[in-house]
Ligand binder design. Structure first.
Ligand SMILES: [Zn+2]
Ligand SMILES: [Zn+2]
Length: 370
């Protein structure tokens, strides 16, 4: 036994001595339980008991052990996501800028010179409206803080305490390990925004996804004929080696024309791919909004539905007010004209409510069962 070499070592050796002493006393009283398995068996039993004595916790279960085992993985993922957030935002800005530059330099001149006047007006109006909506909502989604519970108030209506922030957690609030803080009505942490999506920026996030998807569909559909021509031009333009050259030789393009062809192919492939990916994401979030759920609550509610079904009960989401009302709450629509001014136009109005207290449908009943 080491009695020197630091307080921790001394405390540990003392704890081990105590445990061994208790083991011996317990063994004297329960000799038949140990079965006289010899020195190795006894040592193994002592070691097991010692370990259990040091690490035993009445709240420990297999989930806690699994969480502990994966803790280093979570730490790496959190830090990588935090660090890559800046790179992801830069990538989004770069890709949006590249699409805008290609549209202005390669697509718009063709539209202006070849399309009839009504189509020119339509493309100018639709293209610029979508551009403004995408840029506005992306800027607001990345720069607006999602909202955190107040730390200086003691009368916050809370449903639990965050064990990491040590602050009361209001309903629908969850801790984000990447932002390292609690977020009001947390939906998820978005690396493409380098920000959490929560109570104060949920509308900006959803509007960005929606308008970005619409803008990609618009670009993809509008440039489809130009894409076919550019793709065919690229297919015939590379000069084969002299030994394989056939007559007649393919039409030659200038460097400017070749660059424009490649740019249009890039534009179409990028916008079509993003339209499909964002279409699936927007559809998923539309379903969640119609149900009055966030992404985090979807996981929690799914488990709760299964648990209550086994008990013969039905789960009811207390934040579901009906699909139309859920959408009105999402966009803060209070009168019919708000659908235009607050949904179809850029608007920085705040969301309904403070994100701390929530109007529940089943406040007077047990929300978990009928
Ligand atoms: Zn927290
Ligand atoms: Zn976060």
């Amino acid at each position: 036994m080491r009695l020197s070499g630091g307080r921790w070592t001394w405390k540990l050796s003392r704890a081990m001595r105590l445990v061994l002493r208790r083991c011996r006393a317990w063994r004297r009283g329960h000799k038949q339980g140990w079965g006289g398995g010899g020195g190795a068996g006894e040592l193994c039993s002592y070691a097991k008991l010692l370990l259990r004595s040091l690490y035993y916790n009445s709240l420990t279960n297999s989930d806690t052990l699994l969480d502990c085992a994966f803790e280093p993985v979570y730490w790496i993922v959190d830090n990588v996501t935090r660090w890559f957030g800046v790179a992801f935002v830069s990538l989004v800005v770069l890709l949006i800028s590249s699409v805008v530059i290609i549209v202005y330099t390669c697509v718009l001149p063709v539209i202006l010179s070849t399309y009839p006047a009504p189509w020119i007006v339509w493309h100018l109006f639709c293209g610029h409206w979508l551009l403004v909506m995408v840029v506005f909502h992306y800027y607001k989604a990345t720069t607006t803080h999602p909202g955190r519970p107040p730390k200086d108030k003691s009368d916050v209506p809370a449903v639990s305490i965050c064990k990491k922030c040590i602050v009361p957690k209001p309903a629908r609030t969850h801790h984000c390990s990447i932002c390292n803080t609690c977020i009001l009505k947390m939906d998820h942490h978005c690396p493409w925004l380098n920000n959490c999506v929560g109570h104060l920026n949920h509308r900006y996030f959803y509007s960005f996804c929606l308008y970005m998807m619409l803008a990609c569909i618009y670009c993809s559909v509008s440039s489809r004929h130009m894409f076919t021509e550019a793709y065919n031009a690229i297919e015939v333009s590379p000069s084969p080696p002299p030994s394989l050259r056939v007559v007649p030789s393919p039409p030659s393009f200038t460097f400017r024309e070749t660059t424009a062809h490649k740019a249009i192919v890039f534009l179409w492939v990028l916008t079509s791919s993003v339209a499909v990916a964002l279409g699936a994401l927007t559809l998923w979030h539309s379903i969640l909004i119609s149900r009055g759920e966030t992404s985090v609550e979807r996981h929690i509610n799914r488990k709760e539905i299964r648990r209550l079904r086994e008990l013969g009960k039905v789960f009811r989401n207390p934040y579901h007010h009906g699909p139309l009302t859920n959408w009105k709450i999402m966009f803060s629509v209070e009168k019919p004209s708000d659908w235009v001014t607050r949904v179809l136009l850029p608007s920085s109005h705040p969301p309904i409510g403070d994100g701390i207290t929530w109007d529940c449908v089943y406040t007077r009943k047990d929300p978990m069962a009928i």
